[in-house]
Design a binder for this molecule. Sequence first.
Ligand code: NAI
Length: 330
Amino acid sequence: MKIYFFSAKPYDRQFFDQQSPPDLEMVYFETHLGPHIVNVIEDAFAVCVFVNDKLTAEVIEILAAKGVKVIALRCAGFNNVDLEAARKFGIRVCRVPAYSPEAVAEHAVALLLTLNRKTHKAYNRVREQNFALNGLLGFNLHGKTIGVVGTGKIGQAFCQIMRGFGCKILAYDPYPHPELLQQGIQYQSLPQVLAAADVISLHCPLTPENHYLINHESLKIMKKGVFIINTSRGGLICTADIIAALKTQQVGGLAIDVYEQEEKLFFRDLSASIIEDDTIQRLMSFPNVLVTAHQAFFTQEALTQITQVTLQSISLFAKGETPDQAVILV
Ligand code: NAI
């Protein structure tokens, strides 16, 4: 049975080759799936895709004509797949709904600590025998108020870590989590949380309702010098507005693992290219902005889980059985 992989990086090959049963034949392509490459597929039972592959109706129709039975997303989000078209052409679609929430929560904490204590700058300085401390001043996290927006699996893991640091946690989520309430974490309205927090960390999904949740208006109500951490989705922050707030120092620090225009940049080595996106260039020019390229999920544990769940779903579909409800999209 053949599976065609798209957007496949060396680490994808490593994990899938290690864990796949011998009867599966893997065909890897580094390019993303789209109309330019779809015709290369032959005799495939499934295609395995990632966040930037384009599963439009046009591509799905061709997949169906080629006899592809399953689209397996090796991620949680599925905004890049036309589910209606998949339904229409009888292709099953599955995903990995959750993989190591701790991986993302720990990366959010790593971003916060780096931004605050400037270890990335200290590392470079010391390598150049500059042992001065000027410009490296941070603040204690102990006793500070952390605003957590979204307390699902990742938000909960983040709250647990920040409790360990001795922080006060204020949370906003339309569905407060009973266990967090029991632990004394206070839920308040979004404006209350934004106004009271020294650090705001975003852990909610991107929906049409919360697009640009962080914008000119919401930034105005925050404490001057607030730190903002975003490991969720780029579209939660209006980048133009946050650049303005960084310039006035209303925002004292920003760390992001996601960016609203990341599709054209992330997961690629563009070190020898001219970047046309002036917004990300402006953002990266601030000394108090830290950007990582969608790597929060990137741990051994998460990749192991992504691989296991994906292979299991494909094998169940092949046997005519149905994977777990949370995994199936169509
Ligand atoms: P989850 O579904 O377990 O939790 C999401 C929570 O957000 C839920 O409790 C929900 O009630 C809440 N929520 C929904 N709309 C909200 C709003 N407008 N304001 C506040 N809360 C709201 O999701 P999980 O697993 O915790 O993931 C959260 C997000 O993290 C994902 O949607 C994804 O965007 C991002 N993510 C980022 C990764 C990375 O590598 N950077 C990897 C995996 C997920």
